[in-house]
Design a protein around this ligand. Structure first.
Ligand SMILES: [Zn+2]
Length: 78
């Protein structure tokens, strides 16, 4: 039996709330464990727009930027 509740002390490592799930040309897909869903962040007109929050300033867009920049630099390096 597995418990994922907050009182479960057997799991020592906490998973981060946000995790990079996938990236497409104009979309950064992020797994949000707090919401329990995937958040798609559109990259358009030079800014990130989160479809979940309908905002360009939320935790997802900030996270999407960090992924996008890393992804871009990796592509340049190749
Ligand atoms: Zn968001």
């Amino acid at each position: 039996m597995e418990s994922t509740g907050p009182l479960d002390r057997s799991s020592q490592k906490r998973l981060p709330r946000l995790e990079h799930y996938n990236i497409y040309e104009n979309v950064v897909r992020i797994l949000d464990r707090k919401l329990g869903r995937i958040a798609d962040v559109d990259y358009r007109h030079g800014e990130m727009f989160c479809e979940v929050c309908e905002s360009s300033e939320c935790p997802h867009t900030g996270y999407a930027w960090s992924i996008y920049e890393r992804y871009s630099s990796e592509r340049r390096a190749v």
